[in-house]
Design a protein around this ligand. Structure first.
Ligand code: MG
Length: 380
């Protein structure tokens, strides 16, 4: 069997480097044909020297010549969408809305999209959904919760009519159990200290506010077509149960594993098969307890805001996601308090302006407008 050809957009980040771990561990099974980064060219060059891709994309124009000189065997391109052509599977590990072109380009080409970039699906649901029916196109989630739901749904021959509820688990992040008062003055480094997952800064801040879980509710709705009333969130601090599906007979099927993103990455690469490498195995003798509790939606306002945006639909999720990106950036730069992230998102959502949502250009316009509104809502 010839190797499955893999392209990775966003290869220098947390998901990108872990994808290469999977490729390394599954020797002979995958061939890396394309890699793309924003500006982290030192990482890219080292990766390319090891994996010898045919194409590398570098978004930062000023760094392309240096990459071309270091990698004479590879074609250096500007556009991440150009990574798609030569691959069987495209891993979209770009951070934030910038991942939209890869999501759209991959599905349009009729390829498998291993989606770690949830923002593109959340913001552009109305555009992405019709592309999923392109012949050959397939969307397999890399997000651990959605990977768990994807696996759980395989236990039903008729998921369209037999799913009663999807239950997404949330670790609760570093601030679980704290009051709004205690959270008024948290620092960036505290928000970046996630208890169970090691991830990039944007998603780690999103986990601390529960916006990540809110965005995942919208992501679950888009991926599986489940109505919002049938998607629930439960806090599970150990991050061993990665999510579950409850069926019409009351059965709940969950997926459990140690928290390691290489499992969902390998699942998305190999589906419907499974990779042969276990990245961590549960030791039942020492695992101890699995705890569950309801999320505190009074303190963690971003979660109900996401339900609100999701139910409005159209470009409202794009507005929320854009507002959140602006707010998280401002927080990381010390321009915004942690508690103000939710306030900015709420203010932007209250100023939502419905608009067309049928094309990529519509979504980009909605994103830009929401960012402008978010800038106005930032404190002086
Ligand atoms: Mg997740």
């Amino acid at each position: 069997m010839s190797a499955v050809r893999v392209a990775i957009a966003g290869s220098s980040g947390s998901i990108g480097t872990q994808t290469l771990d999977v490729v390394r561990a599954e020797a002979g099974r995958y061939e890396v044909v394309a890699l793309g980064v924003g500006s982290s060219i030192d990482v890219l060059i080292a990766q390319a020297l090891e994996f010898r891709p045919k194409v590398v994309a570098v978004a930062d124009e000023s760094k392309r010549a240096e990459v071309a000189a270091a990698l004479p065997f590879a074609e250096v391109v500007a556009d991440f969408a150009d990574l798609v052509q030569s691959a069987d599977v495209v891993v979209n590990a770009v951070v934030g809305f910038a991942g939209l072109a890869v999501t759209v380009g991959t599905l349009r080409e009729g390829k498998r999209l291993a989606l770690a970039n949830k923002e593109s699906l959340i913001a552009a649901g109305p555009v992405v959904q019709p592309l999923r029916s392109t012949p050959g196109a397939e969307l397999v989630p890399v997000d651990s919760e959605h990977c768990a739901v994807h696996q759980s749904l395989r236990s039903s021959a008729f998921p369209d009519r037999e799913v009663a509820r999807i239950v997404l688990t949330a670790s609760g992040g570093p601030f679980r159990g704290r009051t709004a008062e205690q959270l008024a003055s948290v620092r960036v480094d505290e928000a970046l200290a996630h208890p169970t997952w090691k991830m990039g800064p944007k998603i780690t801040i999103d986990s601390s506010t529960l916006m990540n879980k809110g965005l995942e509710v919208i992501e679950a709705h888009e991926l599986f077509g489940t109505p919002y009333d049938q998607i629930e969130v439960v806090v599970h601090p150990q991050s061993v149960v990665h999510s579950m599906a409850e069926f019409t007979d009351g059965s709940t099927i969950a997926q459990l594993s140690m928290p390691d993103m290489r499992l969902p990455i390998g699942y998305a690469l190999a589906y419907p098969a499974r990779i042969g490498t276990p990245f961590g195995r549960i030791d039942w003798g020492t695992l101890g307890r699995l705890d569950f509790e309801a999320p505190d939606t009074q303190t963690f306002r971003c979660l109900p805001l996401a339900y609100e945006a999701g139910r409005v639909g159209s470009t409202a999720p794009a507005w929320l996601s854009a507002a959140n990106e602006v707010a998280v950036d401002a927080f990381l730069q010390g321009r915004l308090r942690w508690s103000q992230i939710a306030e900015v998102c709420d203010a932007v959502l209250q100023r939502y302006e419905p608009g067309p949502d049928a094309t990529v250009a519509d979504i980009i316009a909605a994103d830009a407008r929401a960012r402008a509104v978010a800038q106005e809502e930032l404190p002086e």
